[in-house]
Design a binder for this molecule. Sequence first.
Ligand code: ADP
Length: 446
Amino acid sequence: MISRLLIANRGEIALRIVRACRELDIESVVVYSQADAGSPYLDLADEAICIGPGPSAQSYLSIPSIISAAEIANVDAVHPGYGFLAENAHFAEVCRANNIEFVGPEEDTIRRVGDKAEAKNAAKAAGIPVVEGSDGPVETDEKALDIARKIGYPVLIKAVSGGGGRGMRIAHNDISLSSGFQTARAEAETAFGDSSVYIEKYLENPRHVEIQIIADKHGHVVHLGERDCSVQRRHQKVIEESPSPGIPNDARKAMGRAAVKLAKQVGYHGAGTVEFLYEHKKFYFIEVNARIQVEHPVTELTTGIDLIKEQIRLASGEQLGYKQQQVQQKGHAIECRINAEDPDRNFTPSPGLITHVTTPGGPGVRVDSHVTTGSRVPPYYDSMIGKLLVWSDTRTSAITRMRRALDEYRIEGIKTNLPLHRRILRNAYFERGEYATHFLDELLTT
Ligand code: ADP
């Protein structure tokens, strides 16, 4: 059993993991950079260790600094959260080599599904529909042109190691594919340290629907339903909800079965997400995220299962304890990602001092955020400063509740995307559930 756990992350997810540890009676050790020193959430952990300066490369991405902290703190497990080192197979390997349990799947599994082209091949081998495209990485632009002519334009050039909505480039014809191909490779090398790219048919306006899976180390896998993450700005999720308002029950069930099948095929354990695109009544696998995701509380609200506690329990070797038929989804949950960014300046990050916070509350409202009045948002990290979630028995009442909660939320001193959320929640298409991945980008240009 895990008794002392190090959290290799920061901000809201670090706080979320501290809370899970408290409820499991596990001691938590949180690492922090100099830029995060003094953050109130650090006081809630049993111990906090500074691991270096603000820039991530010298702190939250520094494997030697984090492993030293784990050794000094004498922990028996590391939770990587999301982002930073969460899907770094080498980090998982180093943890295990030091006799520290890594809360996540085996390094080989992380490696296999982290390579998006290989993950697609694994899905294909399991009989799961994938978006048409190359069979693996594409090395030359001639090869790229061959594939594009076969599957038809538009196509998407995607980085094999891409993530966070970055590393994607659309090509509408031979000319844009030829010119975009080398640029995409160079960008992928700079952003992800891996220039490999693959080609995929670009679906015109799909929904993004993903399945949460959870698996123990004894071969049991269940799924916890879907999340619709189609409200995106430039391929990055902004609002997530469950159930999806845009897919029929049979598709939902088929996606759930496909996700479980894939998880079994790759020997997955822990919490993970299998992502699909859904268009014209068909779904297509796109990728696996071998970690907890930002939007996991949406599923927690509809299933009543605490995913972080489950991750820790399962990493200790415990059995799942419930079967697929016992998983019940109830009511409707919506999450708004609250970002420190300026909607009037093309959503550029807006770091700085938060002079005032009023957090919403009341029935069915959950706020996962580490910032309070007096917090300073450092310029070094992702701009997300919290997540506002609501739960209610129907989608309509959940929307009403979210509008009310958004109206209560006040964050002053920095700019946030709260006004954007208020606008989306009052949009007639959103209200009717009639939206796909281009909805928000279109809304912002009108
Ligand atoms: P990342 O790992 O960077 O988040 P994903 O592969 O999960 O990348 O894709 C993120 C988003 O990009 C999707 O939700 C969707 O909006 C868009 N996208 C990805 N692949 C395609 C595709 N083949 N056609 C259309 N849109 C796509």
